[in-house]
Design a protein around this ligand. Structure first.
Ligand code: GLU
Length: 385
């Protein structure tokens, strides 16, 4: 579908600080010969470089490994069995990663490959590891290029589509915007290919049943793997306070076109990533234990500081690193909730100690904070928007 232009430029994408950009196989790979769509990718990477230069942090979630590798190995994607798709992904992922490394490298940007499986976003421990790696890469100014780890992901443990993977990644890194580059320019009231009076929807502030109906029921062409998975992605990302943009991707410089006012659909949640995360920590997670803090720590917390081991006088319960715990004063009054940086046994070992001594006590260098202020929500104050 050819992009149509609205009359005004769109500044919303430029406002985002951290953007996850999802690129589908149909854009990345030439359907005719299964080769990399190099001209398109070079133009896209120019857009990415411009965003990067403007100070935006970008994570690319790119499909295309299976399609690229299948062409290379002579596997028919349409008929491939699981192990054949996995073999194709193994060959294709190298090409994919190399293309990003080379093309982003020309702009002085380091590309970094991150392969994820469903477990990495569902199991707490792996989620934390993957998230920390992504944050570290962004801090170093690199552009992580994420894909599903297709060579090991079997049917039961797959995301299966990169729309949802993109949404999970957006949630992991608290992105403010998830861009789904697509072969359509957004959501319509019905299938525009068969229905002349289908109307384009430019903004959705709340997802309802009606939107899924618009995307087509299961089994319809319009819905299969297309708009429905995008709406699933939108639901995940909106829940994390992240805006979602469905924009036409086939054009050269698709990001520039969005900024110039191309017709797109925006999904705009009422919350921000920061508020959604605080809400999740305070309201959704079941606390697994508690830490008792002294008066000094109590005053530091009230000023918005992190909780350091030195201020902890006791640790109660059994929990893992990353679990939610309650922070209480000496009389047991709840002061805050947060995600703890250490497992219970480690937390007990370093309670009351200086952060500088952690490495000696635990034999590894963990984080300085018992609970980092980004992972901490004070009782009664921060759970709102
Ligand atoms: N991970 C798959 C690949 O790289 C693509 C999944 C999707 O297209 O959504 O080929």
């Amino acid at each position: 579908m050819v992009a149509e232009f609205q009359s005004i430029s769109d500044t919303r994408l430029a406002e985002a600080r951290r953007v996850v950009l999802k690129i589908g196989s149909a854009l990345f790979v030439d359907r005719e010969n299964g080769a990399l769509n190099r001209v398109w990718l070079e133009a896209l990477c120019e857009d990415v470089a411009a965003m990067h230069a403007a100070g935006q942090e970008i994570v690319i979630v790119s499909s295309g490994a299976i399609a690229l590798g299948a062409a290379q190995l002579g596997i028919d994607v349409a008929r491939a069995r699981l192990h054949e798709s996995q073999a194709a992904a193994a060959a294709g992922q190298i090409q994919l990663a190399h293309a990003y490394q080379e093309i982003l490298g020309r702009h002085g940007i380091n590309a970094a490959q991150v392969l994820l499986t469903l477990d990495d976003s569902e199991s707490r421990r792996r989620y934390l590891n993957a998230t920390n790696t992504l944050f570290t890469l962004l801090k170093c100014g690199a552009v992580p290029v994420v894909n599903e780890n297709d060579t090991v992901a079997t049917q039961e443990i797959r995301y299966g589509d990169n729309d949802r993977l993109g949404a999970r990644v957006a949630q992991m890194v608290s992105a403010d915007c998830l861009v789904l580059l697509s072969d359509v320019d957004g959501l319509y009231t019905s299938d525009p290919r068969v229905n002349d009076d289908a109307e384009h929807i430019s903004e959705v502030t709340e997802l309802t049943r009606a939107h899924w109906d618009m995307a087509g029921g299961p089994g319809t062409n319009h819905g299969s793997g297309g708009m429905r998975t995008k709406l699933d992605a939108a639901r995940i990302a909106m829940g994390a306070g992240c805006r979602i943009l469905i924009a036409p991707g086939h054009v050269l410089h698709p990001i520039e076109k969005v900024k110039a006012g191309a017709r797109v659909t925006w999904f705009l949640p009422g919350s921000t990533p920061h508020a959604a995360r605080k809400q999740w920590i305070a309201g959704t997670l079941q606390p697994k234990g508690s830490v008792v803090v002294d008066d000094g720590a109590l005053r530091a917390l009230a000023k918005g500081k992190s909780l350091l081991p030195a201020g902890v006088t006791a640790v109660q319960g059994e929990f893992d690193r990353g679990d939610a715990v309650v922070v209480v004063d000496a009389s047991g009054n709840e002061l805050a909730r947060g995600l703890i940086g250490y497992a219970a046994a480690e937390a007990r070992a370093i309670a009351g100690k200086q952060s500088g001594d952690i490495a000696d006590i635990l034999d590894y260098r963990g984080r300085d904070e018992m609970i980092h202020r980004d992972d901490l929500v004070l009782a009664h104050t921060e759970t709102g928007q």
